[in-house]
Ligand binder design. Sequence first.
Ligand SMILES: *[C@@H]1O[C@H](CO)[C@@H](O)[C@H](O)[C@H]1NC(C)=O
Ligand SMILES: *[C@@H]1O[C@H](CO)[C@@H](O)[C@H](O)[C@H]1NC(C)=O
Ligand SMILES: *[C@@H]1O[C@H](CO)[C@@H](O)[C@H](O)[C@H]1NC(C)=O
Ligand SMILES: *[C@@H]1O[C@H](CO)[C@@H](O)[C@H](O)[C@H]1NC(C)=O
Ligand SMILES: *[C@@H]1O[C@H](CO)[C@@H](O)[C@H](O)[C@H]1NC(C)=O
Length: 365
Amino acid sequence: MFPSLALGFLVAGITAVAAGSSSSCIGTISSLDDVSSATQCTTVNINAFTVPGGKTFELQLLDSTTVNVLGEIQFGNLSWAGPLFRVIGNDVTFNGNNQRWDGGGPFYWDGQGASITTPHPMMQISISGTLNDVYVVNSPSSAFAITNAGPLTISGVTVNDLQGNYPNSRSGNAAAAHNTDGFDISGSDILIQNCTVLNQDDCLAINGGTNITFADNYCEYGHGISIGSISSNAVVSDIEIIGNHVVSSAYSFRIKTDASATNSIVKNVTYSDNTATNCTGFGVLITQSYPTNLGTPGNGVIISDINFNHGTTSLTANSGAYRVAVNCGSGSCTGDWDWSGLQTSGGKAGSVIHDNLITGFVNTQ
Ligand SMILES: *[C@@H]1O[C@H](CO)[C@@H](O)[C@H](O)[C@H]1NC(C)=O
Ligand SMILES: *[C@@H]1O[C@H](CO)[C@@H](O)[C@H](O)[C@H]1NC(C)=O
Ligand SMILES: *[C@@H]1O[C@H](CO)[C@@H](O)[C@H](O)[C@H]1NC(C)=O
Ligand SMILES: *[C@@H]1O[C@H](CO)[C@@H](O)[C@H](O)[C@H]1NC(C)=O
Ligand SMILES: *[C@@H]1O[C@H](CO)[C@@H](O)[C@H](O)[C@H]1NC(C)=O
């Protein structure tokens, strides 16, 4: 009957902080000790500080909070599962201001991602709203995992794992960093634009979700723009890959479904106005035999309506690389595959099974 009175009685100690308009305060975080009081405010400023190893820096924000990052965030080096940072909230405006978030990657990197537990993801994003100008350097393993609850626009974000391209004392001759995915997505209604990813694994990997657009991003050195890998009971639909540059990467545009997956769907994916240069493995690879590139495909995932149209996607393969390969299970690639906007050069043709599906493109030698 008197909910506000009852609440006031129950939480008497913090009523002044929690009630109504007083959430318009400005909270300031300079250590983990400040988080619980600062997140009672709808403006949260984050100063430079070091998060102790073994602790997640977690922000559970009030609706419509604005976050301003004002200094460099570092994380103590420790072998543990992570994540290093997690943000949760509705209608959030997260201004990264290009301040660095340093994951301490070289402490973990061994060329395989195997010898010690690495905290991942580095940045777990579970907000609706906007996330702008966040600069991540040296992620131990995967950088961003997006598991949002509502519409989210991500702009001007950088993942700089360039240092991981070079071998270190534990990696032999291999690149030190491994499994450093840029953006892993399990969520819907997401726009990622004007971001830069310099890494050693997928620039983007969409594992599930609908209405996802990846536009005007720059991906270099890693494994390019991926859908998958798709495991069982997953749906990926209504995806647009527009205006991106994929440079010096092992793959440019890839759809990978697990050979063993069942009851999953990938449908309505459109690639337009992209460029890919110095592709070193496969330009376009659509395979249902993941983790093998061109193994025996499964047929538990339906892939339908995969189009390269509405604007030219041009792709240049390195000598020794394959331009296009398609490896579908029996009867499991269907619908319209209009590839009239795909222009390829360099490299070798690659094998296309179910060639009769694809229109407007001939994969000549
Ligand atoms: C963690 O180790 C890396 C690599 O040695 C280093 O760059 C980083 O500054 C270290 N982080 C902290 C908080 O000491
Ligand atoms: C893209 O992001 C970069 C890095 O944050 C920023 O400097 C630039 O202004 C952005 N460009 C556009 C067109 O938004
Ligand atoms: C698709 O996602 C974008 C980006 O979050 C959003 O603005 C748009 O409203 C979504 N479209 C639908 C039909 O929900
Ligand atoms: C395919 O996805 C796009 C958005 O990526 C959407 O606008 C379009 O309506 C979808 N087409 C179908 C047939 O659902
Ligand atoms: C092509 O890509 C490979 C692999 O990332 C890189 O080592 C090489 O320097 C690139 N070549 C050019 C000409 O950019």
